[in-house]
Design a protein around this ligand. Structure first.
Ligand code: GAL
Length: 364
């Protein structure tokens, strides 16, 4: 159904872009078709609530702009995600927005998209080893790691000197480019304390390869924590766990509790990311110490805006053209800022900010 573009713009400029310039230059009475084709959105998994929220936000915002959407989840099956993308290309979707499962596995399918002249935007996770990726919408991933480590430094008063505190390190999935950024960001803060001996990794497992957690799986992290507790950590005190993501934090916490932490012994400081409801409840209960909140509604806006710009002959707005070298090119990116959340501010940030209702955080 045709709509007056000027009207569409006045609504979407506020709802989708939050900027005034989005529709500048559009003649008042220009009429466009409301159906502007289908955007394929391929996200990694529904097991983590954030990706579900990301998908819903993008669908809502694309629809406001007159696009149809096809939203699919790969459920952490790399080949399955490739098939999903092939199906979208075969149907000639107008653009693909991809939150990859394995960021290094999409080179061939992106070449097929390029051959079909379908632009591709990487959503939150960089797609590597391809020149066929247009843009990247994400958060300042290095800073996420900095925030997690800074929380440990503050909670343990590391800057005060004196004594030795202990930490164990966990990283995300090695096939997700973000995992290295989070880890490097965190280590940039922790390294001086490890070098000076103020902080000690009792297990000695400090390399990214050793501490990575395949598919960000909490159960995998739980097993590793159990192994450490039964081995090198037996009889030792554990003061902190660097965890890159709430699902991993909860797995670690389960292992710690089963070993007597939180009852016979004080729980260590445990970081996280994504402000998942289950983890925010644990923060309120004093069990998980911190998370990094990334407003997925904002990320969805950025990705939708980038896609719409590309499809309407514009140039997507970016604010980083140096950090995200995918092995073939430096991918122009828009980085949003993450927010540190702990017991002192979770209500203000997450409830007053409208991300969750107070009921959602209090329900069992
Ligand atoms: C990362 C993402 C994190 C977290 C993690 C596990 O790529 O940046 O926010 O969601 O995946 O899903």
């Amino acid at each position: 159904m045709p709509v007056i573009k000027a009207l569409l713009c006045s609504v979407t400029a506020v709802l989708v872009l939050g900027t005034a310039g989005a529709c500048s230059g559009v003649p008042e009475a220009e009429v466009v078709e409301a159906d502007r084709g289908t955007i394929g959105i391929a996200l990694p998994t529904t097991t983590s609530p954030r990706w579900v929220a990301d998908g819903e936000s993008m669908v809502r915002q694309f629809e406001l702009l007159g696009y149809r959407t096809e939203l699919v989840y790969g459920e952490d099956d790399v080949k399955g995600q490739i098939s999903q993308l092939r199906a979208m290309i075969a149907k000639r979707d107008r653009a693909l927005v991809i939150g990859s499962i394995d960021g290094g596995a999409l080179k061939d399918v992106l070449a097929e998209a390029a051959a079909a002249k379908i632009p591709v935007i990487a959503y939150d996770r960089l797609i590597r080893d391809t020149g066929d990726l247009g843009y990247y919408a994400t958060f300042d991933n290095f800073r996420v790691g900095v925030m997690q480590a800074a929380h440990i430094v503050e909670a343990l008063d590391l800057a005060e000197g004196g004594g030795t505190d202990t930490v164990e390190l966990f990283a995300g999935s090695a096939d997700d480019n973000n995992a290295t950024f989070f880890f490097n960001g965190a280590m940039s803060v922790l390294r001086p304390y490890l070098d000076s001996g103020r902080l000690r990794v009792v297990s000695g497992e400090t390399s990214f390869a050793k501490v990575a957690t395949q598919r960000w799986d909490g159960a995998v992290a739980k097993k590793r924590m159990e192994r450490l507790l039964a081995g090198p950590l037996a009889g030792e005190r554990l003061d902190a766990v660097l965890s890159p993501y709430d699902g991993i934090s909860r797995g670690v916490l389960e292992a710690l509790k089963a070993a007597g932490y939180g009852s016979a012994r004080k729980l260590p400081v445990i970081t996280g990311q994504d402000a998942e409801i289950d983890s925010v409840k644990l923060i309120a209960a004093g069990e998980q110490s911190q998370t990094v909140y990334k407003d997925t509604r904002e990320l969805a806006k950025v990705a939708v805006q980038m896609t719409n710009s590309l499809l309407t002959g514009g140039k997507p707005e970016v604010n980083d053209t140096t950090q995200y070298d995918n092995g073939v090119k430096v991918v122009p990116a828009f980085l949003l800022q993450p927010v540190n959340v702990d017991k002192s501010n979770y209500r203000r940030v997450l409830v007053d900010g409208g991300y969750y209702t107070a009921d959602q955080l209090s329900s069992k």
